[in-house]
Write a protein that binds this ligand. Sequence first.
Ligand code: NAD
Length: 425
Amino acid sequence: MSATRSLQFDVRDVGLAGQGKQRIDWAEREMPVLRLIRERFAVEKPLNGIKLLACAHITTETANLARALQAGGAEAVLIASNPLSTQDDVAASLVSDWGIPVYAIKGESTETYNRHLRTALDYRPDIVIDDGSDVVATLIKERAAQVKELIGSTEETTTGIQRLEAMQAAGVLSFPSIAVNNAQTKHFFDNRYGTGQSTLDGIIRATNILLAGRNFVVAGYGWCGKGVALRARGMGANVIVTEIDPIKAVEAVMDGFRVMPIAEAAALGDIFVTVTGNRHVIDGLHFERMKDSAIVCNSGHFDLELNLVALREMSHPPLNIRPFVEEYKIKASGRRIIVLGEGRLINLAAAEGHPASVMDMSFANQALSVEYLVKHKGELEPGVHVLPREVDTEIASLKLRALGLSIDTLTAEQVEYISRWETGT
Ligand SMILES: NC(=O)c1ccc[n+]([C@@H]2O[C@H](COP(=O)([O-])OP(=O)(O)OC[C@H]3O[C@@H](n4cnc5c(N)ncnc54)[C@H](O)[C@@H]3O)[C@@H](O)[C@H]2O)c1
């Protein structure tokens, strides 16, 4: 516990560190790419003297990212990117075993979340790792002078990148930000297979329901939606997809799913999951049409995909049935709507988020993005950037090697063929 002596932090109970450390080590076994980066960082110290604020889900995988950044020489402070996703034992271990200041408590109020964010900003970071762009938005809105101290930021998720692009369009993004989510080794795997599996894990842990034979509605057929739909079908559910993008809708049809507007799906669904990054995708008029005991949850970044304000207004006060399960009885019809995880990301609220094996690649991208920002300090234009393609390819190559797999390489004849235009029919 010596590491905690002079450290400022706000976690539930430092006494939980033992269990947290064991779980962090367990996740590390599934994160070989991040381990290789950590080992290189420990030798090269590319982040020496860098103050870093990481706003992330405080999970075992994030702890391993923090270890890698610390090995690289960074002084990191961590805050939760969501009030319900913190693993209190992990937060305790980071403080106690690694001496990293953490401000995160599972179930913290919005006021505490905001206080933690501002306390962490008082560390005056050189680099921000953001998840949803709350830190960057707060900096821009409230601390214009401090923005000038920033080397840059990285952004983990789709919703955060949408917000950064809006900031760029509004002319207020005055530093470079790396869109980690846009790396192929991030969204192909994390958003699709990570969200696909862990969303079902969250629903099942919260309810213990059988998915086989149920009508399972997925709102949004982007990277996350594709994963959720694929895995729900694998569990025997009848999947219905709702979309607003005609191309994604055709894709869902050709992948073998029923596609219809949410107003129609509302009456058919037994279970609903939103993964759109959009607001009020399930609204009051949809709740009205749902069957008795329909289960509704969200796996998109913010808790506004379900219009719970409307649901509260049309219902009696909710009953807490079991952890992460609330029942709303609609006054007009007497029908019950079951809301999971208060409409927050269900995979992190009721389960443990993505498995470490996919976070390995997402967080390899985070670590390399931070290194890239430091290496190119002062050289990058303000705005949203993606990591060079070679970095993506390198991460995938390391992952393949870790999986014990090898692939073919182009022969000299093939290199020659694909670089020329003369040969045809
Ligand atoms: N739960 C997690 O752990 C996790 C992981 C990664 C991303 N996310 C979040 O999940 C959300 C989706 O991410 P993504 O990478 O799949 O994004 P994406 O852009 O690939 O997909 C979103 C899809 O939703 C559709 N959509 C938008 N509004 C809609 C509406 N009203 N009805 C139906 N469909 C609508 C869009 O057309 C798009 O196809 C984001 O908020 C992202 O930040 C969550």
